[in-house]
Ligand binder design. Structure first.
Ligand SMILES: N[C@@H](CCC(=O)N[C@@H](CS)C(=O)NCC(=O)O)C(=O)O
Length: 306
């Protein structure tokens, strides 16, 4: 793992992500261009995504690409396990980079003329024509892919207030909440985060008792932002991040809802349960020193949710 200063890669950790209280904090994205801005026209074929299957933030961009039918946006998938070079690629095969042929994500960041400084995160949306990054903020990528191209409206004007409220709650208490539990450095920080995860899942489950979707009567960005955490919950977070009060499959409505999304056209092809396990149970000094991957649980996503 490493970081970059003015386009130069350094091995190691520049900033500790853990606060004195033992809480864990996610770093902020800094490349925030937008499709539709000068120089970034809405032509899907000029863009490329660098992702990792296991990363939930990358997953939401893959989900948006799938739902919007944006196959013209090409994709490179990094290997599930990071090393001292960060996210890396093979020379060939499913974890190679067919676009630039890089062996590490930091080469993508250093190929950007801006001289990037910061952490080397996926996803990255890349402009093949200018040879530069459009954005490394998945929330922006989801919004701009959804809004810049023809397809279903994932952020309808009438539902924006509702969607914004769900997004804020779900980001803090669910998407990032599981990481706050999993990366907590003290008992208190872990318990606070884990209880919040389950209180929020309880609340969402209650909503879904009488609604098919989070906002309005249709699939929106809010659903696509919740789904990556649900897909990883039982196979990874339940055990690897100690979010083990309940499983997703114990929730009557949330589980049906997760399967409803999974069985929509093109969604299942964005999901790789095998890789989630490899990623979240990779060897980590603090969380899984021997890197042993558990055999279970068996989760049956095949029965469609109603
Ligand atoms: N704000 C970013 C966060 C993305 C993120 O944290 N990605 C993780 C993988 S799940 C990463 O690449 N981490 C590498 C690092 O921090 O060095 C986004 O949502 O796009």
């Amino acid at each position: 793992m490493g970081y970059m200063v003015n386009g130069v890669y350094h091995v190691g950790d520049d900033v500790t992500a853990t606060l004195p209280s033992g809480e864990w904090e996610r770093s902020r994205s800094t490349v925030r261009n937008w499709i539709g801005d000068t120089g970034f026209p809405a032509d899907a074929s000029r863009y490329h995504l660098f992702v990792a299957w296991n990363c939930p933030w990358a997953h939401r961009t893959l989900l948006t690409r799938a739902v919007m039918g944006l196959d013209a946006i090409t994709v490179s998938y990094a290997k599930p396990n990071r090393d001292d070079q960060g996210w890396v690629f093979d020379a060939a095969g499913e974890f190679s980079d067919p676009l630039l042929g890089v062996r590490a994500l930091h080469e993508v960041y250093s190929a950007d003329p801006m001289g990037y400084t910061g952490r080397l995160t996926v996803p990255v949306l890349w402009d093949k024509v200018q040879g530069r990054m459009v954005s490394n903020e998945s929330a922006d990528i989801v919004r701009m892919l959804g809004q810049s191209f023809d397809g279903p409206d994932l952020y309808p004007v009438a539902l924006r207030g509702d969607i914004d409220d769900w997004n804020a709650l779900i980001y803090d208490r669910v998407n990032n909440g599981v990481y706050k539990a999993g990366f907590a450095a003290t008992q208190d920080a872990y318990e606070t985060a884990a209880w919040e995860v389950f209180a929020t899942l309880d609340r969402i489950d209650a909503h879904l008792a009488t609604h098919d979707w989070l906002a309005g009567g249709t699939l929106t960005e809010a659903d696509l932002r919740l789904f990556p955490t649900l897909a990883r919950f039982d196979v990874a977070y339940h055990y690897a991040f100690r979010c083990n009060l309940k499983k997703l499959s114990d929730y009557a409505h949330l589980w049906t809802y997760a399967k409803r999304i999974y069985h929509l056209p093109r969604i299942a092809q964005t999901v790789r349960f095998d890789i989630y396990k490899r990623g979240y149970f990779s060897a980590s000094e603090k969380r899984n020193p021997l890197g042993i991957i558990p055999i279970g649980p068996l989760v049956d996503w095949d029965q469609p949710g109603r």
